[in-house]
Design a protein around this ligand. Sequence first.
Ligand SMILES: Nc1ncnc2c1ncn2[C@@H]1O[C@H](COP(=O)(O)OP(=O)(O)O)[C@@H](O)[C@H]1O
Ligand SMILES: [Mg+2]
Length: 253
Amino acid sequence: MTAEGEPTPGGVDGSGLDDEAAMRLLRDGKLDVAGRLVEATNMTLYCSIRHGGQVAACVYKPVRGERPLWDFPDGTLAAREVAAYEVAAATGWRIVPPTVYRDGPFGPGMVQLWIDTDPETDLLALVRSRHPGLRRMAVFDAVVNNADRKGGHLLPLEDGHVYGVDHGVCFSADDKLRTVLWQWRGKQLSRDAVTMLTGLERDLERGRLGRRLRELLTPAEVEATWERVRRLIQTGIHPYPSEDWPAIPWPPI
Ligand SMILES: Nc1ncnc2c1ncn2[C@@H]1O[C@H](COP(=O)(O)OP(=O)(O)O)[C@@H](O)[C@H]1O
Ligand SMILES: [Mg+2]
């Protein structure tokens, strides 16, 4: 158990693969498109990926299928999704399913492990709850400046762990935090979160995370990420919603 009382996830999800094996499979596997996710706004494809006897389901979002966004003129949604995974991996909290940037049948894009969710979970109740995994996700969202944390972007597992997906509109250099997870606003960050943030700052300054983010994001976006981490450590609290922009995504679920 961690300080927050959430069981430490074992690193294995619906696919039966640990994160390292999943990352290898996503990088090296043969990608076959099975269908398109209808509820998705961009070209979001449901695929199978196989390599050396291993097979898993995954999501593939080719850059070619991205709608241009006026408030995210630089880079690609796919690169920001991978950057969000890199931050999540650096937190050690397993907030984002394994995600890579690679080529596919419709050109380069992001490929993410498919996570089987618990159909019994009431998303509305979950969103309003004080689930410790969501509290961690709230800290993660503040770090990556997530502009679209809605209920449908939460993937609850049967073992109680919750993953987050759809991180294409993160990392703006301007504050844009838009989320349904405001229940901890103004609350002191947990000791666990402060420890994580301190590690993150070090990793951004001189570790692998800084190098990776500089490959995936603009210099201003990387600098702003670092600044948000420093601000969180300095204030020691979960951020408040802004009064300058809608702080809850629409629709919220
Ligand atoms: N890795 C994943 N595992 C399981 N379900 C996913 C995964 N990624 C996305 N989904 C499901 O597909 C929906 C659409 O994907 P999303 O990433 O939100 O696409 P878009 O960028 O087009 O909005 C999500 O709301 C979620 O229900
Ligand atoms: Mg979405």
